[in-house]
Design a protein around this ligand. Structure first.
Ligand SMILES: [Zn+2]
Length: 213
C-alpha cells in the first residue's frame, strides 16, 4: 500500500494519500490546501484518484477539496452534520485572514459505518462528533491505521470551542469509539506527529478520566 502524509497550508493540516500499487487507484484524505502539490504527487505515483475524503468541514481540511475534484473528477465525501460549517466558509476564512476557498456540496455523506477507500484496503467510517458535529475518523482494519482528523492528537484532543464543538461529546466519541480499537493501531492525527491507540490510552491526559484500572 502506498501511504504518504504531509502537512499542507498555513495550519499544517496532515493531508494523506493512500494508494494501491496494483490497481493504480488512490484516495486523498483532507486536501486542505496546496492542491497543485497533491495532484502532482498523485501523478508521480501513477494513481487514479477514486475518492476525496474529508474528516470535517474546517477550512484547513476541506479548503482544497473542490479544486482537487475539478482536477481529477473524484467525488467528495463529507459527513452531512458538517454542512452548516461548510456553509460558513467565508467566516472561517476571516478567522484565519485568508481568501475564501470555493466549496461545493459533498457528493456523498461520510455516514457512520460506511465503507470507503480502496477496494484492497477498505476504510470504515467512525462518526466521532465533538470537535465538529460531522467529524469522522477513518479506520483501516488492515493495516491497522486510524486517520483521526482533529478528534485525536498525540497527547491531546481537538478543540471544542469553535461552532459545533462539544467537549462532553468528543470525550464520549474518544472513549466509546476510538479507545475500542486495538492498542497497536497506528493513529495519524489531523495535525502533528503520528501515535498509536496504546500510547494515547496510556498517556493522553484527556483519556484518563473515569479509567477504572
Ligand atoms: Zn478542525
Amino acid at each position: 500500500m502506498i501511504f504518504e502524509s504531509f502537512p499542507v497550508g498555513p495550519l499544517a493540516c496532515n493531508c494523506t494519500i493512500l494508494g494501491d500499487e496494483e490497481a493504480r487507484e488512490g484516495i486523498v484524505i483532507d486536501p486542505g490546501d496546496e492542491v497543485g502539490r497533491i495532484h502532482r504527487r498523485l501523478m508521480e505515483l501513477g494513481l487514479k484518484l477514486k475518492q476525496i475524503l474529508v474528516t470535517h468541514a474546517h477550512i484547513d481540511h476541506v479548503g482544497g477539496a473542490l479544486k482537487l475534484k475539478r482536477l481529477t473528477g473524484a467525488p467528495i465525501f463529507l459527513n452531512e452534520s458538517d454542512l452548516p460549517l461548510l456553509g460558513m466558509m467565508a467566516a472561517q476564512a476571516a478567522w484565519l485572514g485568508v481568501d475564501t476557498p470555493e466549496t461545493s456540496q459533498p457528493d456523498e455523506s461520510l455516514k457512520d459505518g460506511l465503507v470507503v477507500g480502496l477496494s484492497e484496503y477498505p476504510a470504515q467510517v467512525l462518526h466521532t462528533p465533538g470537535h465538529t458535529q460531522g467529524s469522522v475518523c477513518l479506520y483501516l482494519a488492515s493495516p491497522k491505521l486510524l486517520v483521526a482528523g482533529d478528534t485525536l492528537f498525540a497527547g491531546s484532543i481537538g478543540r471544542t470551542d469553535l461552532p459545533g464543538g462539544n467537549f462532553e461529546q468528543i470525550i464520549e466519541s474518544l472513549r466509546f469509539r476510538i479507545l475500542a480499537l486495538p492498542d497497536e493501531t497506528r493513529v495519524l492525527p489531523g495535525h502533528g506527529p503520528a501515535t498509536t491507540i496504546g500510547e494515547e490510552r496510556m498517556s493522553n491526559p484527556f483519556l484518563q478520566v473515569g479509567r477504572s484500572d
